[in-house]
Ligand binder design. Structure first.
Ligand SMILES: Cc1ncc(COP(=O)(O)O)c(C=O)c1O
Length: 243
């Protein structure tokens, strides 16, 4: 027979009224978040939460985009929205709004965040359901948009360069690199591998040993003829290279 002895049952007020110290160590600066679950924007990080039965949480069944706002201008928004749409189509995920509405939600969320420079993360999830795998229990997809402090590469990245190793983690098999999905376990392991080997980056290679990508970075080379070369987008890399 199960019985409760130590655990406290918390009220809604006990969770949301206090300072969001329970968020540590996820200590980034978050400025604003739009959630289609709530139907609006919050600026208190304690309220930037997702329902645990959203299939994006427990199955990684969602897609995302990440891009910057620089000095008040969002970089390459059109290309990111186009890739979001393509990812959605590839996994038969209905976007909760048309692209123009999503664009307006992104711009307004950033404006409410009140800073000119930030990182913007956009997620479209399969939506709330039970804990099954099949999407049929999710009647409606969700949109989440977060404006947060942007990471800036240290100066020596540009002056001295970075160290990189070849990753032993197999690159995602065909089809999967075409979808910018929330299934990032291989990428997590790639980042861990870099850290364990005291390198800044670990770079995945395709089955023939050609460059693919790093955990969350594109990789390109300038060859001996000084030609800038990069993997074909969607083959082994999800990066937004020129078409
Ligand atoms: C696996 C992976 N490759 C490459 C990139 C770089 O993408 P972009 O071309 O949009 O900067 C990212 C960024 O999120 C990524 O997650």
């Amino acid at each position: 027979m199960v019985s409760a002895q130590n655990l406290k049952v918390l009220s809604r007020d006990e969770i949301f009224s206090k300072e969001p110290e329970w968020r540590v160590p996820g200590g980034s600066n978050y400025f604003s978040m739009y959630s289609s679950v709530f139907g609006g924007v919050v600026t208190d990080p304690a309220l930037m939460v997702l329902p645990v039965d959203d299939h994006m949480v427990h199955r990684g069944d969602g897609i995302f985009e990440a891009f910057k706002c620089v000095n008040g201008y969002i970089y390459n928004l059109g290309a990111h929205l186009a890739r979001l749409q393509k990812s959605a189509e590839l996994i038969s995920l209905n976007l909760p709004f048309d692209l123009d509405t999503i664009r307006k939600i992104i711009i307004e969320t950033v404006a409410i965040g009140g800073v000119r420079d930030c990182m913007i993360r956009v997620f479209v999830s399969r939506g709330l359901g039970g804990f099954d795998c099949a999407p049929k229990e999710c009647p409606k997809s969700n949109l989440y948009v977060i404006a947060m402090e942007a990471w800036t590469a240290p100066g020596y990245f540009y002056t001295e360069g970075v160290s990189a190793i070849t990753s032993k983690i197999p690159v995602k098999p065909a089809f999967f690199p075409e979808v910018k999905s929330c299934n990032y376990l291989p990428n997590v392991l790639v980042d861990m591998e870099a850290e364990q080997n005291k390198a800044e980056f670990a770079i995945m290679v395709d089955p023939e040993g050609y460059l693919a990508e790093a955990a969350t970075e594109n990789v390109a080379i300038v060859n001996e003829e000084k030609i800038f070369m990069y993997p074909k987008c969607g083959q082994w890399s999800i990066g937004l290279w020129p078409p």
